[in-house]
Design a protein around this ligand. Structure first.
Ligand code: OSB
Ligand code: MG
Length: 372
């Protein structure tokens, strides 16, 4: 397989509902779409879903643009490769920059699946025909506003709710949601690393333990696996790792330290479907349940998330909600649909969703083409 052209396109879409995490608030997102054309005329898409600023990880939309344009795509265009793993070998020399790599890697996988006449899910070794979806809800200005959001998404059929928390917005919202929706709601919290090992913060995290949460996701800073291990030893609720695990090596370290009992596998954070699949294999072998996290991907990135979430170790609901949870209109010709909290895994060859090129072009703020 040889890629004769690569296009990098910066696309802006407004979110239907402003989203606040412990570090930032967003009303619109700009992601980069990668469009690859092979020597036999096949076209495939991937998405670089980096946040605009360096507050989740170190990358930004602008760093991804430069890394993809100047370091990843030039290594790919014109090179010969047979498998996506081999293609990923072309940019092995580029350190870090995993969000940038993830979008290129996903496009390569979609192309490989299309060329082989199989769905992306099948190509990855997926077995599920549908994926159970949860919703991730941001920090809201008021508890009443949060309860409205939870109620609306439960009414849409989503069986799991994740709440963003931060010091000062943790026990109170959890207690309010439990009081309103009962003890059986599959509920978990995500701190995006906002807590430290100081008495007030630890007291809040330990207080959450009595609320039967499915997990507490990424309470401490990404580098601080030891803090996660110490908390996990103190509480019953499983600690889930997100930002802390950027590579399979990080996962081995986390397992050795007992830094958590659940893994959030994000294609974007780990640098693509190739490393995400490798992490899934390690977790499955270690008996660690995983689920697929998201970065508010447009339809292209979410279709790749859906494909990886169809692998057998993804036993917990994933952040692959329907397009309408995020965008009034998505970049794909068909929106991704969640029915009763389940999203069907496409069986057609390749990514399984087509890109609406006209709509995408009308929302494009920058574009660059490599090759002919
Ligand atoms: O930690 O999972 C996270 C969004 C931005 C930054 C970090 C995170 C998130 C989400 C989005 O939770 C989940 C989704 O895509 O539905
Ligand atoms: Mg998270």
């Amino acid at each position: 397989m040889r890629i004769v052209q690569a296009r990098l396109q910066r696309v802006r879409l407004p979110l239907v509902h402003e989203f606040q995490t412990s570090s930032h608030t967003k009303g619109a997102l700009e992601h980069l779409l990668v469009r690859l054309v092979s020597d036999d005329g096949l076209v495939a898409w991937g998405e670089i879903a980096s946040p605009s600023g360096p507050f989740y990880g170190a990358e930004t939309t602008d760093t991804c643009w430069l890394i993809a344009r100047d370091h990843l795509l030039p290594r790919l265009v014109g090179a010969e490769w047979d498998t996506p793993e081999e293609a990923a070998g072309l940019w092995r020399g580029v350190r870090g920059n995993r969000f940038a790599k993830a979008g290129v890697d996903a496009a390569v996988w979609a192309l490989h699946a299309a060329a082989n006449g199989v769905s992306l899910s099948q190509d990855l070794g997926g077995t599920a025909t549908e994926v159970v979806a949860g919703v991730s809800l941001g920090i809201e200005p008021t508890i009443d506003g949060l309860l409205e959001q939870v109620a609306a998404h439960i009414a849409s059929g989503y069986p799991r709710v994740k709440l963003k928390i931060a010091p000062g917005w943790d026990v109170e919202p959890v207690r309010a949601v439990r009081a309103a929706f009962g003890p059986d709601l599959d509920l978990h919290v995500d701190a995006n690393g906002a807590y430290r090992e100081e008495p007030d913060h630890l007291a809040a995290l330990v207080a959450l333990d009595e609320h039967r949460l499915t997990m507490i996701e990424q309470p401490f800073a990404p580098d601080d696996l030891l803090a996660h291990a110490r908390l996990q030893a103190r509480i019953e609720t499983p600690v889930c790792l997100d930002e802390s695990v950027e590579s399979v090596d990080d996962l081995h370290t986390a397992l050795a330290l007992g830094a958590g009992r659940i893994l959030n596998i994000k294609v974007s954070r780990m640098g693509g479907l190739t490393p995400a699949r490798a992490a899934h294999a390690v977790a499955l072998d270690a008996g660690m349940p995983v689920w697929c996290g998201g970065m508010h991907e447009f339809g292209v990135g979410r279709a790749a998330n859906l494909a990886i979430a169809s692998l057998p170790g993804f036993v917990l609901p994933s952040d692959v909600s329907g397009s309408d949870k995020y965008y009034a209109r998505d970049v794909t010709t068909e929106p991704i649909r969640a029915l009763q909290g389940r999203v069907a895994v496409p069986a057609s060859p390749g990514l399984g969703y087509d890109v609406d090129e006209e709509f995408t072009a009308s929302n494009t703020v920058d574009v660059v083409v490599l090759g002919d």
